[in-house]
Design a protein around this ligand. Structure first.
Ligand code: CA
Length: 220
């Protein structure tokens, strides 16, 4: 899952990025409103964290512009403690949730998980298909009741396919959601990750649609 973090406080931005990275997310940081607006319009994010108080263009203006241009990515707004009117305006402008600064990182992580889950139309954080389960709260993968050991990139691929289960996902789409902006994107490596996942989790979980991509069918 790939996240845009629009936050001009460098220390806070780096802190959030490292926490999200440790949870298997890929994070692009935008330090001002103009860059945030551009990235949000041109890159396919799964979620956007948007500070309302951004230099050059404020967060509310950026959010309104995204929504006016049909960008439907879920947006979590960050506001100052006394910014209750920013929260009202932000939610009314198309924000999906908010968090007041300062906040605890586990709360940010939990809100992000809930928003990503809702986006894929789910309430249950645990995905199951045949004898494989994936717990999106802690990235724990079990096969036949035994924990499986996966690399962070394998988890990123598996998580994206589970969150989009029932839908065909192309290699290009997968690579756009597991690598960051300017990252070393190579859709050929996706096939390598899928092969490793099959070795660890069995051949039936991820189906290949020749020349088009991959699908996990009907996860529970
Ligand atoms: Ca700020």
């Amino acid at each position: 899952m790939r996240i845009l973090l629009a936050e001009d406080e460098h220390v806070l931005a780096d802190q959030i990025k490292s926490v999200l990275k440790s949870e298997g997310r890929v994070v692009d940081i935008a330090g001002d409103g103009v860059e945030a607006q551009f990235l949000g319009e041109t890159e396919p994010y799964d979620l956007i964290i948007l500070d309302i108080g951004l230099p050059q263009r404020d967060g509310l203006t950026v959010l309104k512009s995204w929504r006016a241009n049909g960008i439907e990515t879920p947006v979590l707004i960050l506001t100052a403690r006394d910014g209750w009117s920013d929260r009202v305006d932000g939610l009314d402008a198309g924000g999906d949730d908010y968090l007041t600064k300062p906040f605890h990182m586990p709360e940010l992580s939990a809100r992000i998980r809930a928003m990503i889950r809702r986006q894929s139309g789910r309430a249950n954080p645990v995905f199951c298909k045949d004898n494989v389960s994936f717990d999106s709260r802690n990235n724990q993968v079990m096969v036949g009741g035994m924990p499986a050991s996966l690399t962070s990139q394998e988890i990123a691929v598996l998580s994206y396919l589970f969150h989009n289960s029932g839908r065909l996902v192309s290699r290009t789409e997968l690579s756009e959601h597991i690598y960051q902006y300017d990252g070393d994107r190579d859709s050929n490596t996706i096939a390598v990750f899928v092969n490793r996942l099959r070795k660890k989790l069995g051949n039936d979980l991820i189906e290949t649609v020749r020349g088009r991509g991959y699908v996990i069918k009907a996860a529970a």
